[in-house]
Write a new protein. Structure first.
Lengths: 432, 956
């Protein structure tokens, strides 16, 4: 006979108990041990214990009403057996909206909440499972991509070295060519000076005539063998019909008189040849200089690209030189990582939504977001920019592009390299 | 946004072109000055002086309900008919029309809620110079002076108000254009017709001789008219007017009217919204008159008399002795000139000086000018502000009683892009524990701006979205504008077109103009059949994707026409028998009326509607809420929200608000927070932002600002019972919710120009912080011998003083009047619906005489049952002789609530030894209490009584 009574008492007391402790977690139970009085957890006030969860807020910290909506900033603990327990603001207790999956928040409202924790738990576990599978696969892929990245990196480094070598060769050539060029120029200059010196000593009658001849053409006339130099022979040959007092031209004279222009210069090829040689040298130099410039730029670009932060293991390197597209209604978006984001409308007009800026994730997860800045300016507004959030997945693809604020775009970009082993930890934590 | 530009196509480009040229301020050149509006120029050229009008006393007819009297203009012999009514409730109505207009002149329908009941007038004395009539009991006399014609209303020996005392009555009679051949023919036919009439009447009537005399007189008059008309010069702009590239064809020629009013003893006049100006109206001498012409003004400027989106032709005058009102019932373009004798004495002022032997009497003179229609003016004689509100309410009705949720917080943006965006914002509010009731969708939600539809990509499942909000007990507003995309595949357009419901252009075709959708038609909302059809479009089976928790926003209903003159409709557009010119200002009212009717009908008349409008007119208060249009994120725009909403409140529109944060531009976090704090204490509380601005949901400015905004919104939610009760009052009596201080302190001249603070009802005084970087504000606490309690600290301050209040970013200076009881619901939840059954906390602020009084109003919060089935609770809460009691104020009503009294906070109390709760059945119980001696605050713990029953609490 005692047994049923005892059971009844146990049930009764547990009922009372459960009502008193409604809305608290196990760890807080010690504060709510049934006594004569209750001390607000912040110690501010001592109240009779029957004022705990009596739907009137006595404690400034709300600790006397964990199970009702009476206190302004209180919180209610959803036990959510079978799912994840969590706190909700106590203002959500008995507001006719089911917040806890175990329906414990709506114990006194007209809404009949179903306990959905088991289903939620199952669904979440399944989800976590598939996520974990995806994560594992993603991490494997990531490893491959990292390895590929290493190879690419090496390739690029090798390419860089090759280019450097080419550049060095070109540099050597350049040095030679520059010397040659300088020499040729000097010669031409010397020849010209020669002419000018002769000019100065010549009679006035000649001078006026000479003045009409350009030094270069005179040189050319003298330089018959077109070697860019004037020899005495060359000059003498040209001087045959000069009305010289002695009618004889010594070697010395030839050199000195060679400066004498006028009819002497006509048809003389020495200077001409010198100029031609100098031009040739200059052209050669230009060619090599251009080549040098090209290679130099290539190296600079490559260096710049190699200087980009591709992640701690250079895992993002494989995205280099790739582009990813997505069509959203009438718009066509293209993300070229580390380069730019563009939008093309149905009419074909392309708009830049930003150029590669920087990694922009939180300090803990720097590589979770990319920022593309300084796109096409907006009417009466700033320039367009795009924040790309990277998410873990087995494929590499642009998943979504949105414009939550005018000209502020957000994109989701899925890729295995965004998978982090730490995500597994999170998944495990949420697994019940 | 490329998407936007592409979709808007040429319209936007056109509009942008207009806008860009104006950069960041209103382009004044787009809007007319008085000089550019030829009728205003003509009328204003007329200076005060001797009126050409003479009353023909022999034509006087006095019946039980009205007096009629002919007036003649001695210059052109045109006769006018004056009708004068004494209306119940201390009002006088004066109507002046042409005695024999060529065709009827427009009289504004649908504004008066009924034919105002009259009281008999009696003739006291009469001689050849005039007559004296009795205006009912209050020793009020109406003096009609014959030559020149004028009216004076007197009480005892004092002149309250005079009409035409400055001789500015001017009535441009309808006439036939002289330079047309039609005119030549008509004048011939007319005189022949007169002759034929005369022949027949003298033959048919045995008393023909007498009649003949009359007819002779009439034909004489006609001839006289002809003669003088010939002399009337035709001025530029009488028969055609061009502004910028737009020509107004004016087929009826000049039709404007004008009348002056003198208000002796008055230095303060208010009202005639909508203007972005101070509460107290300024004199307009030497400047522009205040303009009333509903216009879509891009980036409006502050502190000037330019017209804005709405027009309510009602002016209040106030002095310590008396408050009065003038209601000029005319829906055409109207200009109001105000002058005061401080600037220079008028003729009448000098006369008054002579009569009263004083030269110091202040006086305000007002002149109304309208482009067409008739003179129909209601003189509301007060004498108190409350009386004037009641008088105006008896004419045009009271504020619609909104659903409770509409008084809560609204989250809007142009635009919430798609369903996911809506869901994310909704989630954001929950994550940050900020309550909200309504999320709004602007024009981008519709499929190519075809209202009543949804963009199939962005909002593919509107019902599911609305259900998602309903699950959180929240609601949505979607925009429905009155411009309809001209597109034969769009059902709304093709139906309106086939039914002939569009407004017509002057040539008889459907009027078309540019607006958001591109080429658009404008439904003729002045047509009752059109309104009925429009209302039927809100039925759940017509408006696809709609649900019970979807409400409506009417924007652009001035109407806005991007390529029209002054960005609105051509005045020679045609509404049935009338020109758009005649009724422009009432178009917006009709749009909201038809929409509100649609929302009522879709629920079978059960649910209260909620419709927001930008354009409005006298009577718009009956249909919902208004907001102050496209303001900007600037501190001055925050400040101007106070006078703008106070002005609207004075003329019946209590449900007023401004875009929190400012529509154009981007607010600094400080401005945004201050705007939330101000908006939380203004009637319509909605945040809104322009498409071009960065996102500004409350949690985007760091945790500190989020907390500040959360707190402001929470204060609003806690106070919702009081707001609801104030709106119930406004609905019942016409008293404004948000009140200028002078309304409650009519003798206190210090309050007369005050518009940086305001009262909510009688009992809360709000002085929001509207200065950047403010360290403190100086609030004026009115009422000598009264006390005010800071609602946050409970500190008591004496009335009749300027009080300096140091402020921080969290400060919202609000005071409760000693002598009042305010109910709050301090358990703030995620939406107002969630708080429905929550208990009340009563804040009892004792007067120095230890007295307090308040009310408690409760109903279901959303249906008409309060009206139809008397399902409501209305109780008087009173504290006197240390006893607080709740008793029923509406014995005929019945409603049960689950809400109870959770707590009673008595401010300015002394410590009792015992507190006893007594129930009507004799049951008594002791209440626990807590007394804070430093602030004299007594808190009674958990009375626990149901909020709908009688109870008494005795302090001993």
């Amino acid at each position: 006979m005692h047994c049923p009574i005892l059971i009844a008492v146990v049930i009764w007391s547990s009922c009372v108990d459960s009502q008193k402790i409604r809305g608290i977690s196990l760890s807080y139970k010690r504060f709510y041990r049934e006594r004569k009085s209750f001390l607000c957890i912040d110690g501010s006030k001592l109240i009779p214990f029957d004022q705990v969860n009596d739907d009137y807020c006595d404690c400034a910290d709300g600790s006397d009403e964990p199970g009702t909506a009476a206190c302004p900033d209180g919180r209610f603990y959803c036990t959510n057996l079978g799912y994840r327990p969590h706190y909700i603001p106590s203002s959500r207790v008995n507001d006719a909206i089911c917040d806890c999956c175990d329906a414990s928040d709506e114990y006194n409202s007209h809404t009949a909440c179903q306990n959905t924790c088991r289903n939620l738990g199952q669904r979440e576990r399944a989800e976590v499972k598939s996520q974990m599978r995806a994560l594992d696969q993603g991490l494997r892929l990531k490893q491959q991509l990292i390895e590929e990245g290493v190879l690419t990196w090496r390739d690029k480094q090798a390419q860089l070295r090759d280019l450097q070598r080419v550049l060095d060769d070109l540099q050597t050539q350049l040095d030679d060519l520059r010397k040659e060029d300088a020499r040729r120029k000097k010669e031409v200059d010397a020849l010209r000076e020669l002419e000018i010196g002769a000019l100065e000593t010549e009679e006035n009658s000649h001078r006026s005539h000479i003045m009409n001849e350009s030094p270069v053409s005179i040189f050319y006339e003298l330089d018959s063998n077109r070697d860019g130099r004037l020899s005495a022979k060359e000059v003498r040959a040209k001087l045959t019909d000069i009305q010289d007092g002695e009618r004889v031209l010594s070697e010395d004279e030839a050199v000195i008189r060679g400066r004498v222009p006028g009819r002497l210069v006509k048809g003389e090829p020495v200077l001409k040849a010198a100029v031609s040689a100098a031009e040739k040298a200059a052209a050669e130099l230009k060619k090599v200089e251009d080549a040098y410039e090209t290679v130099y730029m290539e190296i600079r670009d490559l260096r710049e690209k190699l200087a980009t932060d591709y992640g701690p293991e250079r895992e993002f390197l494989f995205l280099y030189n790739q582009c990813f597209q997505l069509k959203v209604h009438e718009y066509f978006y293209e993300l070229c990582p580390f380069n730019q984001v563009t939008q093309t409308s149905a009419s074909g007009a392309e708009v830049s939504l930003g150029k590669w800026g920087s990694w922009a994730g939180s300090p803990q997860h720097r590589y979770s977001q990319m920022k593309y800045e300084n796109g096409e300016p907006c009417w009466q507004g700033p320039t367009r920019n795009t924040v790309v959030t990277l998410t873990c997945g087995t494929e590499t693809a642009l998943r979504s592009v949105k414009e939550p604020g005018k000209c502020q775009y957000v994109a989701e970009f899925q890729t295995p390299v965004a998978c982090r082993p730490a995500l597994r930890q999170q998944g495990v934590h949420s697994e019940l | 946004m490329a998407a936007f530009i592409v979709r808007m196509g040429p319209v936007l480009m056109l509009w942008l072109a207009v806008c860009v040229s104006g950069s960041w301020a209103v382009d004044r050149g787009n809007f007319k000055t008085c000089d550019q509006s030829t009728f205003c120029k003509r009328q204003r050229a007329l200076k005060p002086g001797q009126s050409p009008y003479r009353a023909l006393l022999e034509t006087l007819e006095l019946t039980n309900t009205k007096l009629t009297l002919q007036l003649i203009n001695d210059n052109n012999k045109v006769r006018l008919l004056l009708e004068l009514y004494r209306l119940q409730g201390n009002m006088t109505r004066v109507k002046i029309n042409e005695l024999k207009p060529l065709k009827p002149r427009f009289e504004v329908p649908d504004v008066l809620i009924n034919d105002p009941p009259t009281e008999p007038l009696s003739l006291l004395s009469q001689d050849e110079n005039g007559m004296v009539l009795s205006l009912g009991a209050d020793s009020q006399r109406l003096i009609v002076s014959a030559k020149p014609f004028r009216l004076d209303i007197m009480e005892g020996r004092e002149v309250l108000l005079s009409l035409n005392s400055r001789g500015l009555l001017a009535f441009e009679h309808l006439r036939i254009r002289k330079d047309t051949s039609l005119y030549q023919i008509k004048t011939k036919v007319n005189s022949m017709w007169e002759n034929i009439k005369w022949v027949f009447s003298s033959l048919a009537d045995p008393e023909g001789a007498e009649k003949k005399e009359e007819t002779d007189a009439a034909s004489e008059q006609t001839e006289g008219e002809e003669a003088t008309k010939e002399d009337e010069k035709v001025e530029d702009g009488m028969w055609e007017e061009t502004f910028k590239s737009h020509t107004d064809s004016k087929p009826n020629g000049p039709t404007s009217i004008s009348l002056d009013f003198s208000l002796p003893g008055v230095e303060h006049v208010y009202g005639i919204p909508e203007h972005a100006d101070t509460l107290k109206l300024k004199t307009t001498d030497g400047g522009e008159p205040y303009r009333l012409y509903n216009l879509d003004v891009f980036q409006y400027e502050l502190f000037n008399p330019m017209a804005l989106y709405g027009a309510i032709p009602v002016m209040l005058s106030h002095s310590p002795q008396r408050t009065m009102g003038l209601f000029w019932l005319n829906a055409a373009e109207t200009w109001v000139d105000i002058s005061s004798n401080t600037a220079g004495k008028t003729v009448f002022g000098q006369m008054l000086d002579y009569v009263q032997g004083s030269s110091e009497t202040p006086q305000t003179d007002v002149r109304w000018i309208s482009e067409s229609g008739i003179i129909d003016v209601f003189i509301m004689l007060g004498p108190t502000p409350t009386d004037v509100f009641a008088q105006y309410a008896s004419l045009t009705g009271t504020q619609a009683f909104p659903p409770l949720a509409a008084l809560a917080y609204h989250q809007c943006r142009w635009n919430y892009n798609d369903q996911e965006d809506v869901a994310a914002v909704d989630q954001g509010f929950d994550q940050h524990d900020i309550p909200y009731d309504f999320i709004w969708l602007d024009i981008e939600h519709a499929d190519g701006k075809r209202y009543f539809t949804w963009d199939p990509h962005k909002f593919p499942q509107p019902k599911e979205m609305l259900q998602g909000l309903e699950d959180k007990r929240r609601k949505m507003v979607a925009i429905v504008d009155p411009h309809i995309k001209v597109d034969n595949s769009y059902k709304i357009h093709s139906e309106i077109r086939s039914r002939g419901f569009y407004i017509k252009n002057k040539d008889g075709g459907d009027y078309e103009g540019w607006c958001w959708p591109g080429n658009s038609g404008y439904p003729d909302f002045t047509n009752p059949e059109m309104r009925a059809w429009w209302a039927s479009m809100f039925a759940y089976d017509q408006y696809e994707g709609s649900r019970e928790n979807l409400y409506t926003w009417n924007d652009m209903n001035e109407p806005s026409v991007f390529n029209g003159p002054e960005v609105t409709m051509h005045k020679d557009a045609v509404h049935g028998n009338w020109e758009h010119r005649d009724l422009h200002n009432i178009y917006g009212l009709y749009v909201q009326m038809a929409t509100a009717e649609g929302l009522i009908q879709r629920s079978g008349g059960v649910e209260r509607p909620f419709v927001l409008t930008r354009a409005f007119f006298a009577g718009s208060q009956r249909y919902g809420a208004v907001w102050t249009g496209d303001n900007a994120a600037e501190w001055d725009h925050l400040k101007i929200t106070i006078p703008m909403c106070l002005s609207l409140g004075l003329v019946g529109v209590s449900f007023c608000g401004a875009d929190v944060g400012g529509f154009f531009k981007s607010p600094s976090p400080e401005l945004l927070v201050r705007w939330y704090q101000t908006g939380a204490y203004q009637p319509f509380f909605r945040a809104h932002a322009h498409l071009d601005t960065p996102r500004r949901e409350p949690w985007l400015f760091g945790p500190e600002n989020t907390a500040l905004i959360r707190e402001a919104v929470r204060q609003r939610y806690a106070l919702l019972p009081y707001w609801y009760q104030l709106f119930y009052h406004a609905h019942r009596t016409g008293q404004p919710v948000m009140r200028a201080l002078w309304v409650e302190y009519p003798q206190d001249t210090a309050t007369f120009s005050m518009d940086d603070q305001f009262l909510l009802g009688r009992d809360l005084l709000v002085h929001p912080v509207t200065e950047e970087g403010a360290r403190g504000v100086t609030a004026y606490l009115p009422g000598n011998g009264e006390v005010w309690f800071d609602v946050h600290t409970f500190q008591k301050h004496n009335g009749g003083q300027n009080l300096y209040i140091p402020v921080t970013m969290s400060s919202i200076p609000v005071f409760q009047r000693g002598g009042s009881i305010i109910p709050r619901k301090v358990r703030v939840r995620r939406s107002s619906s969630c708080m429905e059954h929550d208990p009340y906390t009563l804040y009892v602020a004792l007067s120095p005489k230890r007295f307090a009084q308040g009310e408690l109003y409760i109903d279901d919060g959303h249906t008409f049952s309060y009206e139809k089935q008397k399902e409501f609770i209305y109780r008087r809460l009173a504290f006197a002789n240390n006893t607080l009691s709740s008793r029923n104020l509406a014995p005929g009503s019945q409603f049960t609530t689950l809400s109870w009294i959770e707590k009673i906070v008595i401010l300015g109390a002394s410590k009792p030894s015992k507190v006893t709760l007594k129930m009507p059945d004799g049951k008594e119980s002791q209440l626990e209490f807590d007394f804070d001696a430093s602030m004299s605050v007594l808190t009674l713990r958990k009375p626990g009584v149901n909020a709908g029953v009688d109870w008494t609490v005795v302090l001993q």
